[in-house]
Design a protein around this ligand. Structure first.
Ligand code: COA
Length: 253
């Protein structure tokens, strides 16, 4: 599909989010294509590393808000399938990030093994501003990683943060200039390709000892997320975004 480009070469599967005119906002079909790609690696011994990146000026502006506005249990199935497939990936995943990394554009990074970002990257978890709740295990993982106070700024206030803050919080491995980004990613990819395949997969599996707790939490979040998605304040937030106006949540207080 044109909005998700897949290329496999020399043991590397590269997934490129390719909807630059919409800041790479992710639709149901795009989630399905990425889920298929991650799932296919489980039975593909030729892939040793997965790289995920965005085309144009952004990594991704997160879930397509039009999709949110028309969401049903059926339409969110592919999002959940993608979340599980990435979180359970048996091979190392390297994210190459630049521009906007919003919503799932930030939360998916918590499930990658290596994250390299350009110094101009803009991270944001604006769920609260959409009357939603965090997703993808982030309400468990972020307080553990950055402490409750910092996580509260990002998840309760919806404060955006920059590349250096992401680095000091431990969300990214390295910050570099946009010109060095591809090369920085490729250095790690080359190192990974030189490692023994089976031991690499086993190492990753051993590092995921808290996976069961995370998956349980992810499902708890999804239940609350689904309830919020159908709520009147969320409908107000989606309508406001799509009509380029500020939402008014006071009418629901
Ligand atoms: N869903 C649907 N469309 C989106 C989108 C999203 N998440 N993010 C951006 N777009 C669209 C815009 O509506 C706009 O479309 P248009 O040209 O038809 O009007 C186009 O992409 C460009 O976005 P724009 O807002 O003009 O770019 P910007 O550089 O001014 O701002 C962002 C970039 C990422 C800050 C801004 O687009 C944004 O806040 N997007 C929403 C992020 C979000 O809340 N995601 C959901 C997270 S849960």
């Amino acid at each position: 599909m044109k909005d998700i480009l897949l290329s496999q070469q020399d043991g590397v599967l590269t997934i490129t989010i390719n909807r630059p005119e919409k800041k790479n906002a992710i639709t149901r079909e795009m989630y399905a294509a990425m889920a298929d790609a991650f799932e296919s690696v489980a039975s593909n011994n030729d892939v040793k590393v997965i790289v995920i990146k965005g085309e144009g000026d952004s990594f991704t502006a997160g879930n397509d808000i039009t999709m949110f506005a028309n969401a049903s249990e059926e339409t969110t199935q592919d999002t959940v399938r993608f979340m599980k497939a990435l979180a359970e990936s048996s091979v190392p995943v390297v994210a190459q990030v630049h521009g906007a990394a919003v919503g799932i554009g930030t939360t998916l990074l918590l499930h990658c093994d290596f994250v390299y970002c350009a110094d101009s990257t803009y991270f944001s978890l604006p769920f609260i501003n959409l009357a939603l709740v965090p997703e993808y295990g982030s309400s468990l993982l972020l307080p553990k990683l950055v402490g409750h106070k910092k996580a509260a700024e990002w998840l309760m206030l919806g404060d955006a943060f920059d590349a250096n803050e992401a680095l000091s919080a431990g969300i990214v491995n390295k910050v570099c200039s946009i010109d060095e980004l591809e090369q920085t990613t490729q250095q790690t990819v080359s190192k990974l390709l030189s490692k023994p395949k089976h031991a690499l997969r086993q190492t990753k599996a051993l590092m995921k000892s808290e996976q069961d707790e995370m998956m349980t939490h992810l499902h708890t979040e999804l239940k609350v997320f689904g309830e919020q998605l159908a709520s009147a304040p969320a409908k107000e937030a989606f309508d406001a975004f799509l009509n380029k106006r500020k939402p008014d949540f006071t009418q629901f207080d």
